[in-house]
Design a protein around this ligand. Structure first.
Ligand SMILES: [Ca+2]
Length: 316
């Protein structure tokens, strides 16, 4: 990771470095360097793991733009704006490069389509060093309906296990989808995109990791890895040890930072909508308090100085 891309990451890290100040040693001195200021609705930036020094900036409007180490290239890497709905929290919401991108040129996007439903699709850049991907290379990986225009989450990352993790919001409207094991809504999903159940089901161009926690559970969606989420807008893995951090945007009272140590994340239930932060929210149909995992940090809404905005993600 270049100094500049590190600086971008640390912009978000700063959100919760202050939360963890009690337990962390003095953080290293960092410098924030602005590398671009002309990208509208930029909601993420990542690299391809190819050592090129390029950053790929995701625009909610549907474009992926390349920062080549010096400047933002005018031609987009990929332009999905004609496929993407853009109201409310809709749009192009996630981008993840295959761990073997250098050799296979594959990358994955998560967006809401013109009907507002979630699409995870694969595209190809050939050669992988190209600054423009093949817009005609789309392969549908996974799709599911969205009952509302908000709470689409959409962040995606490959874990050290090689599986693709997908953040999914609860569908909006205070729903209890996060507690329903039959739906993909309100979960962190984990799929094996190197496996292939296609073309048996065009909505299932992937395999289920056999170690997923709900494999074999009657009526459960086997893609589920973590339950009980509201709108996990961004999440991240600690590159040093694989620990998982999930920000969950709150409803009325609390914002959450959730910490799931590597090896202890599968089947964790983060509580929504039974609990919001540390407090009960809607206990209808909920289990005992001990069946839920509570945030490492809960940030209250108002009044000042506790008037925190949404916690949208961060890195350790
Ligand atoms: Ca929670």
């Amino acid at each position: 990771m270049t100094l500049r891309s590190l600086a971008l990451s640390l912009l978000m890290f700063s959100v919760f470095s202050s939360l963890a100040a009690v337990t962390l040693a003095q953080p290293p001195s960092v410098q924030v360097v602005e590398v671009a200021n002309t990208l509208s609705s930029a909601i993420g930036a990542t690299h391809a793991g190819d050592g090129s020094g390029r950053l790929f900036v995701v625009q909610k409007t549907g474009e992926i733009r390349v920062w080549d180490g010096t400047q933002v290239l005018i031609a987009p890497f990929l332009d999905l704006s004609s496929l993407v709905s853009g109201g409310s929290e809709q749009g192009l919401l996630g981008l993840a490069f295959h761990p073997n991108y250098v050799s296979n040129g594959l990358f994955y996007v998560n967006y809401t389509d013109l009907a507002g439903d979630t699409v995870v699709a694969r595209y190809t850049a050939s050669p992988a060093s190209s600054n423009t991907a093949n817009a005609a290379s789309a392969v549908a990986i996974l799709g599911f309906g969205q009952p509302a225009s908000n709470h689409n989450a959409g962040d995606m990352h490959f874990g050290a296990d090689g599986f693709l993790y997908i953040a999914s919001g609860d569908g909006g409207a205070g729903s209890a989808n996060g507690q329903n094991p039959a739906t993909l809504l309100g979960k962190l999903l984990r799929i094996d995109i190197d496996g292939d159940d296609f073309p048996v089901d065009p909505n299932r161009n992937y395999a289920i990791p056999p170690s997923n926690p709900l494999v074999g559970v009657a009526g459960a969606a086997e893609e589920i890895f973590v339950l009980g989420l509201r709108n996990p807008w961004r999440f991240s893995f600690d590159r040093a040890n694989g620990d998982l951090f999930i920000s969950d945007v709150g409803a009325g009272s609390w914002e959450e930072v959730n910490w799931l140590p590597a090896g202890a994340a599968a089947n964790a239930n983060l509580g929504w909508p039974c609990y919001e932060g540390p407090d009960p929210f809607n206990l209808t149909g909920c289990g005992p308090m001990g069946s839920y995992q509570f945030p490492i940090a809960s940030l209250a809404h108002g009044p000042a100085p506790l008037n925190h905005c949404s916690v949208i993600g961060g890195f350790r």
